[in-house]
Each structure stands twice: as structure tokens, then as C-alpha cells.
Write a protein that binds this ligand. Structure first.
Ligand code: PMP
Length: 346
């Protein structure tokens, strides 16, 4: 791996971050707060939230078996995606490499930041080759994006190929594990110590059933986390979100139950899809969704919309011609979907 200084944009490396009132004074003992131009009324929402989200990180660290200093928390993992571009990629000069198809925000953030986005197409079974991915990288490649289980394809990327990329690439490997809780393959979090260039993204939006609170996580070395913290907005995770994050962590048994219910529902729903006349192929899934190739994705999508049922049309995505992405829902939702598709006539 290149040194962190070599990987970081010089302006970011040299940046002196904004120091907020709550950065300068962190103690709990004071009772008169006249430092932040807050309004003394309407407690507790009158006070700025903890910019370092300390309590939430300590709780999460225990859960994930990492140090609090190895955690970045953001406004969804979408914030972390944007921040890695801003920290490491010099606009108009550096580039990133990613598998294709994959989660669309990597490309959007690359485009916003004017960073070349190099796509390496998966094979017909949505597998990838470390060799092909590494061949697309050059000495201006700062980041490689991998998503496992991958969105929209739903499959786990082979672990040996993922590790080959991490070992051989001299920049940072971003491994997006947004859907890992639904997979039988364990998270790569346990390998952070072994791989200093590995950055793992996770989110409260899927298994933790908290997409509305906008809470995303990045896990990596304390040095890289410090760099991301330096450039984030000072109060990027609001008080209500920090509280609710703690609340859902305390109710982790609910999350475990939801995960089990969704995994248990996934197999039967996929088998129901295999029996449908309008379905040509159901692709394997390690996530809370799966991809299906249908006879006519646009027509079937519109038919479902007319009945108030929304799935994701992926027809225009590479390798996903005539494919719909189906999220595993609650039992009643899955039943309505299958009933509607049983009645579909071309
Ligand atoms: N990564 C992947 C692979 C996703 O599919 C999504 C959302 N669909 C995200 C990240 C974004 O998650 P968040 O809600 O935490 O921004």
C-alpha cells in the first residue's frame, strides 16, 4: 500500500479542520453553556449534537468488535462514499475502478467530484476477476469499489478474489457490505487489522430497518478515519439520529429476528418466482432482494405500478436486460406481488 500521505489529496492532508464549540469543550460537568450561540429554550433540541458521536461509537464498537477510533459515522453510507472521493481523488487527475453493474452512487459521486470512473464488467454469472479489475488500475487509481453482496445482482463476490484485490492493490479498497447481514458469508470487518488498505462500509438502512434516520458506517484504520472526520461537516449526524442509533442497537434482538424472517422468506419467494410464466430466470441471492429476468421488464414493471406494487426496473443496467430487482417484503406484500404476477398476461 502507498503511504496514507501519498494517497491523500495534498490540500486535505494539510487541511486545518473547523473546530466547533463542542469540539473545544467536551466535558459533562459544566451547567452553563454560553459558548455556541444556541438558544437556551426547547431542550434537548436546542443544543448542537456531539460532533464525534462518542456514545454511539462506543456502543457500536462493542457490537462490531472494533475500536471506536476505527468507526466513521455519516448521513447514510452515501456520505462516506462522497467523502472518500473528496479525501483521496484529485479532480481531473485521479481515477477509481469499480465492478459493473453495481450500486449507482459510486459513479454519481465520481461524476460530482470530476473523477474518472473505470467500470469493469462482471461475467454473465455476475462474478468478477481480480486480475481484470487490477488490470484496469494504474498509478493514478486511488480507490477500488467492491460491493458484496452486490447491488443489483444480489450475489456475494468470491472472497478469495476480494482478498487478492486487497493484497495486490496499492490504494484503498472500499468494500460495501450494506447487505452483509443477510448473507451466510461473514463480514470482512475481522480482517481490518490484516489489511490496512481495506475500508468496509455498512449501514443502518437495511438489516437495522432504519433507512429514515440516515446513519451509515465506515470501518478502517484510525488514521483513515481521522482523515474522514477532518473533512466531514462538524455536526453531520444529528441528535435524533444518534439517539435512535443507540436505541436500535439496544434492540438488536429485533434486528436479528427481522434478518431471520427475511432470509426465511427469501427462498420460498424465489421459488414462487421460478414457477411464474413471465419469469425466465431467478438469480441467486445473498441479500434481502434478488434479481429476476422476465419476458418484458418494462411492461411488467408498469403492470405492477398500475396495481400499486413497486419493484425496481433494472432493464437499462449492464447485464440486466429485462431484469427486475425484487426486495423481500413482509409476508402480505410478497403474497400480493405473486398474486399479481400470476394474473399477468402478455
Ligand atoms: N450501498 C449499497 C450497496 C446500497 O444499495 C445502498 C442503498 N440502496 C447504500 C450503500 C446506501 O445506504 P445508505 O442508506 O446508508 O446511504
Amino acid at each position: 500500500m502507498k503511504t496514507l500521505q501519498e494517497l491523500t489529496r495534498p490540500n486535505i492532508w494539510n487541511l486545518k479542520p473547523y473546530s466547533s464549540a463542542r469540539d473545544e469543550y467536551k466535558g459533562l460537568t459544566a451547567s452553563v453553556f454560553l459558548d455556541a450561540n444556541e438558544n437556551p429554550y426547547n431542550s434537548p433540541n436546542n443544543r448542537y449534537p456531539d460532533p464525534s458521536q462518542h456514545e454511539l461509537k462506543v456502543k457500536l464498537a462493542g457490537f462490531k468488535k472494533v475500536l471506536p477510533e476505527q468507526i466513521f459515522l455519516g448521513n447514510g453510507s452515501d456520505e462516506a462514499i462522497d467523502l472518500v472521493f473528496r479525501a483521496f481523488c484529485e479532480p481531473g487527475q485521479d481515477n477509481v475502478v469499480a465492478i459493473d453493474p453495481t450500486y449507482g452512487m459510486y459513479q454519481v459521486c465520481a461524476d460530482v467530484n470530476n473523477v474518472e470512473y473505470r467500470k469493469v464488467i462482471l461475467d454473465e454469472s455476475f462474478r468478477f476477476s481480480a486480475e481484470k479489475l487490477l488490470a484496469a488500475a494504474d498509478d493514478r487509481t486511488k480507490l477500488i469499489f467492491l460491493c458484496s453482496p452486490n447491488n443489483p445482482t444480489g450475489n456475494e463476490l468470491p472472497r478469495d478474489e476480494v482478498e487478492k484485490v486487497i493484497k495486490r492493490f496499492d490504494g484503498l479498497v472500499i468494500l460495501d457490505e450494506a447487505y452483509n447481514d443477510f448473507s451466510s458469508v461473514p463480514s470482512m470487518l475481522a480482517h481490518l487489522g490484516k489489511y490496512p488498505n481495506l475500508v468496509v462500509f455498512q449501514t443502518f438502512s437495511k438489516a437495522w430497518a432504519s433507512a429514515a434516520i440516515r446513519l451509515g458506517m465506515a470501518f478502517t484504520s484510525p488514521d483513515i478515519i481521522a482523515l474522514l472526520n477532518k473533512i466531514k461537516y462538524p455536526y453531520n449526524v444529528n441528535l435524533l439520529t444518534q439517539k435512535e442509533g443507540l436505541n436500535v442497537l439496544n434492540k438488536y434482538h429485533m434486528t436479528e429476528r427481522w434478518i431471520k424472517e427475511l432470509i426465511d422468506a427469501r427462498g420460498p419467494l424465489m421459488r414462487d418466482f421460478e414457477k411464474l410464466r413471465c419469469v425466465e430466470k431467478v438469480f441467486p441471492s445473498d441479500a434481502n432482494f434478488f434479481l429476476v429476468r422476465v419476458t418484458d421488464a418494462v411492461k411488467i414493471y408498469n403492470y405492477l405500478v398500475s396495481l400499486g406494487i413497486i419493484v425496481r426496473n433494472r432493464h437499462t443496467v449492464a447485464l440486466c436486460g429485462n431484469c427486475l430487482r425484487i426486495t423481500v417484503g413482509a409476508c402480505e406484500e410478497n403474497v400480493r406481488l405473486i398474486e399479481a404476477l400470476n394474473k399477468y398476461r402478455t
